[in-house]
Design a protein around this ligand. Structure first.
Ligand code: F6R
Length: 262
């Protein structure tokens, strides 16, 4: 695992967008795992700018989102499909048939979860998985005590996640669906590369637990310590609780991979 600290949320998002852009240029048919949420909005806005201003093409890119609410029609304003269309897919040259989210309206949710795993495998697995972190340590919607080997499945959301996501439902907690389909922790760990973006002071405690604490199912993101190629990008505010800041900065300043990003 590597940790990169940027001055502010804008610079952290810009680094993530440039990293994704570099991967797409190297492999134009990249299989990209995507996340939703407020943290990612700045990444998608920067990717849209890179498409417009530098010709970065998503024409052959395939995407798989981490999760989707159960029981929200795709055209519901708070569905993750709508979020993705609004923040990224409508702004770049991606083909919608190459974009995948779990279908939270499926009649047979177990079959949908198995089919989602199958589709990922058919496309050769995820090359780069983008992740945020929930205030309870979730990645995707893998709430505390999710098995570290879990696969795509239905999951009940914790009160903390419902509160965190109420903002996207006009602040009305009662409107947030109680269940979602999410890729499992095991599914996420199989992607070839993971990039987790964390910004803001409110996430400083949980990101420190995930990066420097013990690997525990109580903090799903701590499982990323097991991943062979995981980069955690934080802003100064989110980095506040990290003990190894000087060491992380030294690595970033000296590691050849990051030369073009310094
Ligand atoms: C959503 C997802 C979640 C979010 C996390 C942070 O697809 O994967 O794990 O990344 O809840 O959300 P924000 O950025 O809204 O704080």
């Amino acid at each position: 695992m590597e940790v990169i600290i940027r001055d502010d949320a804008g610079q952290a998002a810009q680094l993530v967008a440039r990293l994704i852009a570099r991967e797409i240029r190297v492999k134009p048919d990249l299989v990209l795992g995507l996340a939703t949420g407020r943290t990612m909005e700045q990444v998608y806005s920067r990717l849209a700018t890179l498409h417009r201003e530098t010709g970065l093409s998503f024409a052959r890119v395939r995407t798989f989102n981490l999760d989707e609410y159960i029981g929200l029609p795709v055209d519901h304003p708070s569905s993750y499909r709508r979020y993705m269309n609004e923040h990224l897919f409508s702004k770049v040259d991606i083909r919608l048939e190459n974009t995948h989210l779990p279908n939270g309206m499926a009649a047979d949710l177990n079959a949908e979860c198995a089919a989602y795993e199958r589709r990922m495998r058919e496309w050769g697995g995820i090359d780069l998985q983008l992740l945020g972190i929930g205030s309870d340590g979730h990645i995707g919607f893998n709430e505390p005590l999710s098995a570290l080997q879990s696969r795509t499945r239905e999951k009940a959301l914790t009160p903390s996640t419902l509160r965190q996501n109420a903002a996207m439902f006009g602040g009305d907690l009662a409107k947030v669906p109680r269940r979602a389909i999410t890729m499992g922790v095991g599914t996420i760990l199989e992607s070839r590369r993971c990039v987790m973006l964390v910004t803001g002071e409110s996430k400083s405690g949980i990101v420190a637990q995930a990066v420097e604490g013990p690997i525990t199912a109580m903090v799903s993101a701590s499982a990323l310590q097991l991943h062979p190629h995981c980069t955690v990008i934080v802003d100064e505010a989110a980095a506040d609780g990290l003990k190894g800041k000087d060491y992380y900065r030294w690595i970033f300043a000296n590691e050849p991979e990051w030369a073009e990003f310094r």
